[in-house]
Write a protein that binds this ligand. Structure first.
Ligand SMILES: [Zn+2]
Length: 343
């Protein structure tokens, strides 16, 4: 009798989870906002490969004992990549390393849970935990709360909150609290079962992978990964961009951190987005930041306001980089604020 009801319970749960997973599929369009399109696997060096879905790029190393993978990217990519890896290499994924907790990089890992352990910097646990119930709606989402009840109902939701509503709605009650909005659309992020503080060495099949904590303004749980494989591959998500303007309001304090990465031993560089890179691309990223700093300092010395600096600083040498139009004013603003802070 007990056995029978247990079985019935399991069947109900299975039916429910299949339904839920369909409801939670991530919109592919969110990964397709640049000229990079499609899913592919390619070799970088030795036994280290990249895997792309649209603008998003992950990396993996194949050993006789299994595969070490960085970032699942999303549910659709993870399902595709798992099947491709099994077909091509015939060894299981043993480790999935999270670069940081953001949904667009960290979602989809659950498909690897039958064979893999999940590694993340310890702050990742805090970032995927539900904030206190008293957490108010963030300032930039409050306008969506048109009935003013402090929450966002499904019919109120706009933009990304609307398109990813189910991924925010952790308790699936059809209403988003401030805590759920603050936590983010991370229903598909499988929690790490291995966390580390500063640095971790992974060994698999006689090969080493270095996992290094590098907290940055973009993510305090940011991890960089170095595949130690002769001509080494470095993976640093979202901040050291390749032939692309850095994202958002970058400050002066980040430049020495990029230089510290440049000083590491590697040949191939992946920034998790767009073009595949090499060490020279990290050097170019530093040069951009230094030229931006010099231009902003000059504008400040000439008495320009932020708005004037955003109009006058063109960074002409970088016109062919991705997001030149969109990110240049943001980059100028970040540098302007960091150079005038405390004045
Ligand atoms: Zn991110």
């Amino acid at each position: 009798m007990i056995r029978k009801s247990c079985t019935a319970f399991v069947v109900v749960l299975l039916a429910f989870s299949v339904f839920s997973i369909e409801g939670w599929t991530q919109a592919r369009a969110l990964y397709q906002q640049t000229q990079y399109k499609g899913q592919e696997i390619g070799k970088l060096t030795g036994d280290v490969y990249y895997a792309r879905m649209d603008d998003y790029v992950s990396a993996f190393m194949v050993t006789s004992e299994g595969i070490v993978l960085v970032e699942p990217i999303g549910t659709e990519m993870a399902a595709w990549l798992k099947a491709e890896l099994a077909r091509r290499f015939k060894v299981p994924v043993k480790y999935v390393i999270y670069s940081h907790s953001h949904w667009d990089h960290a979602s989809g890992g659950a498909v690897y849970a039958d064979t893999a352990r999940f590694v993340g910097q310890e702050n990742l646990l805090k970032n995927i935990a539900m904030p206190p119930a008293s957490t108010p709606l963030a300032q930039n989402t409050r306008a969506q709360d048109t009935n003013g009840n402090g929450r966002i109902e499904k019919e109120e939701a706009q933009g990304n909150i609307r398109s990813q509503f189910d991924l925010y709605d952790a308790n699936k009650d059809g209403v988003l609290t401030g805590a759920e909005v603050t936590r983010g659309p991370i229903a598909n992020v499988h929690p790490p079962d291995v966390t580390y503080t500063d640095r971790l060495n992974l060994y698999l099949g006689g090969k080493r992978v270095e996992i290094i904590s590098r907290p940055i303004p973009h993510a305090d749980d940011n991890t960089i990964v170095r595949f130690v494989d002769g001509t080494n591959v470095l993976f640093a998500s979202d901040w050291i961009t390749v032939r692309r303007l850095p994202f958002g309001q970058i400050g002066d304090a980040e430049t020495p951190m990029v230089k510290a990465v440049e000083a590491m031993d590697f040949e191939f560089f992946l920034c998790s987005h767009g073009a595949l890179g090499k060490k020279a691309d990290v050097t170019s990223n530093i040069r951009y930041r230094e030229e931006l700093r010099a231009a902003v300092a000059k504008a400040i010395a000439a008495g320009q306001t932020l708005e004037q600096a955003q109009k006058s600083i063109m960074m002409e040498g970088y016109k062919d980089w991705d997001f030149y139009e969109q990110q240049r004013p943001q980059n100028v603003a970040g540098m302007y604020r960091s150079l005038t802070a405390g004045r």
